[in-house]
Design a protein around this ligand. Structure first.
Ligand SMILES: [Zn+2]
Length: 430
């Protein structure tokens, strides 16, 4: 590593090249926002991937388009097209891979600007996906480009990828690249995901996720004679009461040592995501005692709790509520184990030094309240040196009138550019 030094002329040059490219970076991000890659269903992935790929080709990357054509959501109308650009230096490694998801969530209503116009006003770039995370993709592309324009030849390689479906789990996106060995422990040294977590914060991981479904069974009967049946809704209510009065207060006492933000998310949490019972929706009226009630739960667990204990607690509660003859089923819908970058990772060190050099203040280490593509990089590819760092304010993601500050975008590009140089180094070590 070079050891970041603002007096180093190479460092100065890189920062100057990012500054010179300010308009180009903003224009690229704005053009990307104009491609409405809404997920679901996964609109315009082909166009967005090729837009990024065309730019990367122009900037001297070797580009290809790994497509998850076996994925159930892939179709002719909604192809799951990813893009990967690679620029090799003196040798293949060290390799820094910068990954951004190209999909955005639906707009929702209440916008005061066109969500897909790529409007820039008062130093803000507006639009759905501006902060989450098309600004991040622009920062990744131009960080690598600023290094090249500064005339620095690197000892290893840089990759920039744009991937699909992060908002729906990333299975046809980053997970696919990991399964294909495109991101893998034996080829990839460092992965940076420029998600919007504030320009001075490094995100080192996330809590665990356990989504489960509980089905309560009852016995159907005429609604006028409920005593002849058994209400599955009443059964579910008993379970919900126990969740609310016992489990939730109990797990709220637990605090993780992982620096999750906001601070409330440092505790274990549980949310009832949905509930449906009886014949609601199937007929204009529901004239029966409900024989079935289903609810979906979102339990976020801490590194210190672990998955086994988390599930065991749910099962024990369910068994107790069922002890007077209730019939319940428990089904796992999704399990994501917590991930955390090693505290002494060179990636965290380099990024921290770059943030301090560019912003003049120390970086904060945080963990995300929710999960993102880090899980695939850590669990499937086995690359432990992975963080999220990028432009944009976390709380603006998925909101109406989403925006990214242009200054954040430019600063994050500078930070990433310095980090690339520091991690990969130059062939002569200068
Ligand atoms: Zn995102």
């Amino acid at each position: 590593m070079l050891g970041l030094d603002l007096m180093n002329p190479a460092t100065d040059k890189v920062l100057a090249e990012v500054e010179n490219a300010r308009d180009e970076i903003v224009d690229f991000a704005a053009d990307l926002i104009r491609i409405p890659t809404i997920n679901p269903p996964g609109d315009a992935y082909h166009d967005a991937s090729h837009f990024i790929g065309d730019r990367l080709t122009k900037l001297d990357f070797d580009v290809d388009y790994p497509t998850a054509s076996d994925h159930p959501d892939h179709s002719k109308e909604f192809p799951r097209v990813n893009v990967v650009g690679r620029r090799q230096g003196a040798s293949a490694r060290p390799l820094v891979h910068l990954n951004g998801h190209i999909d955005v969530v639906p707009t929702g209503s209440g916008w005061t600007v066109d969500p897909f116009a790529g409007l820039v006003e008062d130093g803000k770039l507006f639009g759905r996906g501006s902060c989450d995370m098309k600004a991040g993709i622009a920062a990744a592309v131009y960080a690598a480009e600023a290094v090249r324009r500064a005339g620095i030849s690197l000892a290893g390689s840089v990759e920039v990828s744009g991937t699909v479906d992060e908002e729906s789990g990333g299975f046809a996106g980053v997970r696919f690249l990991c399964e294909q060995g495109r991101i893998a422990r034996d080829v990839t040294d460092y992965v940076i995901i420029p998600e919007p977590l504030n320009v001075d914060r490094i995100c080192i991981g996330h809590r665990g996720v356990y989504w489960f479904k509980v089905t309560a069974h009852g016995r159907i009967a005429h609604g006028s004679m409920p005593f002849l049946g058994e209400s599955a809704i009443d059964r579910m209510s008993e379970f919900l009461e126990a969740i609310k009065n016992e489990l939730v207060p109990q797990i709220a006492q637990r605090v993780t040592a992982t620096p999750v933000v906001p601070p409330e998310a440092r505790h274990a949490t549980l949310n009832v995501n949905s509930i449906a019972g009886g014949q609601a929706g199937q007929m204009p009226q529901s004239p029966c005692v409900a024989d079935r009630c289903e609810a979906i739960f979102d339990r976020r667990f801490l590194q210190e709790e672990g998955f086994d204990k988390t599930k065991e607690e749910v099962k024990a509660l369910l068994d107790r509520v069922a002890s007077d003859g209730g019939r319940f089923e428990l089904e796992d819908l999704m399990v994501v184990h917590p991930v955390q970058t090693p505290a002494d990772s060179p990636l965290v060190g380099s990024l921290g030094a770059a943030i301090e050099a560019v912003l003049g203040k120390p970086a904060e280490r945080i963990a995300s309240p929710g999960t993102y593509d880090h899980k695939h990089v850590a669990r499937v590819a086995g690359v432990e040196h992975c963080v999220a760092y990028g432009p944009g304010i976390l709380e603006l993601a998925h909101q109406v009138d989403e925006y990214c500050l242009v200054d954040d975008l430019v600063n994050a590009t500078k930070v990433l550019a310095l980090t690339i140089v520091d991690l990969i180094g130059t062939p002569d070590g200068s």
